[in-house]
Design a protein around this ligand. Structure first.
Ligand code: IMP
Ligand code: MG
Length: 196
């Protein structure tokens, strides 16, 4: 029998409520990976006292766990950036809401990010921080979405490579919620069209 009911994709989208679903990465996996990354950083930066720059708000929880596993001397600073809504996805325009407290000229800098999606936020930050003349500049990101980066970015320290799904927990939010989850979970039916 033929179903004569019209199928409305638009109705579907409106009625499907977002829901925090399955665990993608467990807290044990995160803990282990953070230790491994911290060991690499401790080795690579021994005697260099790197400055870890956490990108607020998403990277705050990752940075606080990572920093406590690093055995070398480090310093910590934070930056907050915001995207210009939907236009950011294409233009890559990023606004600095909170700048660094310290001058980074001659410093060994590691940017700490929660997740790299299109890569637009990071490529702006890289350009901006490079112009301040640091001795070195590297990136450390807890998560990287596969095949989504529009720009080739060299990420020295990578936590996990994930599929192109929307995730929350361990600092990552969906409309400012769920940052406190101890593991990383998938959001089903996430409506994220305005630069997160
Ligand atoms: P990009 O500029 O497209 O790489 O976006 C990076 C920023 O978007 C991240 O720092 C996050 O704040 C946010 N973001 C991207 N994907 C997700 C996700 O799956 N969950 C939560 N936030 C995300
Ligand atoms: Mg972020």
């Amino acid at each position: 029998m033929i179903n004569k009911e019209p199928i409305s994709i638009i109705d579907n989208e409106i009625t499907s409520a977002p829901k925090v679903g399955n665990v993608l990465i467990s807290k044990q996996q995160i803990k282990l990976r953070i230790k491994e990354i911290a060991n690499d950083i401790s080795k690579d930066y021994s005697g260099k006292k790197p400055l870890l720059i956490g990108i607020l708000k998403g990277a705050a929880i990752f940075l606080s766990d990572l920093a406590r596993e690093i055995k070398a001397d480090i310093e910590i600073d934070y930056m907050a950036v915001s995207s210009y809504g939907a236009t950011t996805k294409t233009s890559g325009i990023v606004r600095i809401l909170k700048d660094l407290d310290e001058d980074i000229q001659g410093r060994h800098v590691i940017i700490i990010e929660d997740i790299i999606d299109s890569g637009l936020t990071l490529s702006y930050l890289l350009k901006n921080l490079k112009s301040r003349d640091p001795a070195s500049l590297e990136i450390c990101s807890l998560l990287i979405k596969k095949d989504t980066q529009k720009l080739a970015i060299d990420v020295k320290y990578r936590g996990f490579l994930i599929e192109n799904v929307f995730v929350v927990g361990f600092g990552l939010d969906y409309q400012q919620e769920y940052r406190q989850l101890k593991d990383i979970r998938i959001v089903e039916n996430a409506h994220h069209n305005n630069g997160y």
